[in-house]
Design a protein around this ligand. Structure first.
Ligand SMILES: Cc1cc2nc3c(=O)[nH]c(=O)nc-3n(C[C@H](O)[C@H](O)[C@H](O)COP(=O)(O)OP(=O)(O)OC[C@H]3O[C@@H](n4cnc5c(N)ncnc54)[C@H](O)[C@@H]3O)c2cc1C
Length: 461
């Protein structure tokens, strides 16, 4: 099995009854949602406040509203993807990226409807399309719309377009910045509902907030990383082609790190580089301050990363993520299911249980294509001696003398190894997307509630 490759989907485990401080997490999440609604609605309230605005007719006014909403929603995406800890914490980074995807579609739909209504009902107001003859502010609006459409198409069809991830990311940033800048220029240039200094100040304020997020994510955070470099102190080959890189801090160690979390890793690059990759921190915080990343070579960058020489400088942005036993303190035990390199966050959680002498039972089903490539199987054997761990290897193409389970992990296999009393335990799963989809179906059939299933997908975009 290789790195999971499916698109992110809605994850079930964000409001499990086991979660620590569920009320605080729900309040935090609710507050962020409320702030998002206010961010989009505020321009309307302020623009309508004060002198009454002459109506241009229902459709005209509606279309203007859609335009403002579109721009507000688009600008909000910078906060959502800026890895701001207070936004990602209550939901988990994957949920935030998934919401970003859907909200971006929403913003583009609003933009297209704004344009479409004007095109059908107020055509003269749009003037000519030729940018050489058109009013600059209308061309700015069209540039903005083209950028956002480009963002959606390149993200949705990145693989079909054979766009390498790093090119896609650079293009994404450029189109997003140009799109928002052109959109704000369009709003200010057209001047509908922006005709007083106070209203213009509102838009400039919104723009300033957006610029501050950009400066934070692309200048201040890299500067902080530059102050806190890391050094590769070991590169250990594991089974299955995986290499574990151990990094030691040369500045501040990781702060508020929970087992099972991941971080963005830049190795042998400047902190300003856009080339960085997410990897689970495969050891436990108790074994810090050094962190370990266990990397399977699947493409150009991961293949280069596994060859990293000891002594190389690195930068880490993290930790992020919510796939952690620390969020499940009330669980009586855990079912964990891993496919291939999806074992890394589970390994980290097991190391944490071991370091804490936590004796709660764990049943781990671990699927691999073949026995020799089952990464960390020796380490798991050692953990088994120190934990209440039931370890079931499931091998797709086992050796001839194999007496264990054969893959894939299906409903019968789950029924054989997961006794009835485990149905209410949290089920933590990490593996290829199709495997997780199938497992969720089987577990539901066995009576496991979706609130007891939490899973990590190794693909954010
Ligand atoms: C939360 C999380 C935790 C992960 N933990 C591990 C781990 O512990 N061990 C491990 O081996 N792999 C892990 N991965 C997967 C790892 O990030 C990718 O395998 C790696 O980035 C592939 O890069 P590549 O250029 O070598 O391969 P490519 O062939 O270029 O990419 C393969 C796929 O990986 C994804 N990807 C590539 N580059 C990036 C990037 N810069 N940012 C985000 N996604 C990217 C894309 O979906 C791409 O389709 C994790 C991924 C996520 C999201």
């Amino acid at each position: 099995m290789t790195t999971p490759t499916q698109k992110p989907q809605s994850r079930a485990g964000t409001h499990q009854p086991f979660r620590d401080r569920p009320l605080a997490v729900a309040t935090h999440g609710g507050l962020i949602l409320l702030m998002s609604v206010v961010a989009i609605a505020a321009p309307f309230a302020v623009l309508r406040y004060g002198e009454p605005v002459p109506s241009g007719g229902v459709i005209w006014d509606f279309s203007m509203g859609l335009g403002f909403g579109a721009l507000g929603l688009a600008a909000l995406q910078f906060a959502m993807t800026g890895r701001l800890r207070w936004i990602t914490h209550p939901f988990g980074a994957d949920i935030v990226y998934l919401s970003h995807r859907y909200l971006s579609w929403g913003a583009v739909a609003l933009m297209l409807t704004h344009f479409g209504l004007l095109y059908v009902f107020h055509q003269p107001a749009l003037g000519v399309l030729n940018p050489l003859e058109a009013r600059w502010e209308l061309t700015a609006g069209r540039v903005s719309m083209a950028c956002f459409l480009g963002l959606i198409v390149t993200s949705q069809f990145r693989k079909q377009l054979r766009l390498p991830h790093e090119w896609w990311r650079a293009l994404h940033l450029v189109m997003a910045v140009v799109g928002i800048s052109a959109g704000v220029a369009h709003v200010l240039g057209v001047g509908n509902l922006t005709d007083t200094p106070a209203k213009r100040a509102l838009w400039l304020g919104v723009t300033l907030g957006w610029v501050m997020i950009l400066v934070w994510t692309h200048l201040i955070r890299p500067w902080q990383q530059a102050q806190n470099p890391w050094r590769v102190v070991a590169n250990t080959p594991e089974r299955g082609g995986v290499h574990t890189l151990e990094l030691a801090p040369e500045g501040a160690p990781l702060h508020r790190w929970k087992p099972g979390q991941f971080a963005w890793l830049k190795i042998d690059r400047t902190p300003l580089s856009l080339i960085e990759h997410p990897f689970t921190i495969s050891n436990a915080p108790e074994k810090g301050p050094n962190v370990a990343f266990s990397i399977k070579p699947v493409g150009d960058h991961s293949s280069a990363l596994v060859r990293t020489p000891v002594g190389t400088r690195a930068y880490i942005d993290g930790p992020y993520g919510a796939f952690s036993i620390d969020r499940l303190p009330k669980a009586d035990g855990f079912v964990m299911i891993a496919g291939g390199v999806g074992i890394t966050p589970i390994l980290s959680n097991l190391h944490a249980l071991e370091a804490r002498a936590d004796t709660r039972p764990v049943i781990l089903l671990y699927g691999n294509p073949d026995w020799e490539d089952a990464s960390f199987r020796d380490e798991l054997d050692t953990l088994k001696e120190r934990l209440d761990l039931t370890l079931v290897h499931v091998i797709d193409e086992p050796p001839q003398d194999w007496h264990g389970e054969r893959g894939p992990i299906d409903r019968n296999l789950l029924e054989r190894h997961l006794p009835e009393h485990t149905r209410d335990w949290p089920h933590l799963m990490c593996g290829p997307g199709p495997m997780l989809d199938a497992l969720r179906g089987h577990l539901h059939e066995l009576g496991v509630s979706k609130w007891h299933i939490d899973y990590e997908i190794f693909e954010l975009v």
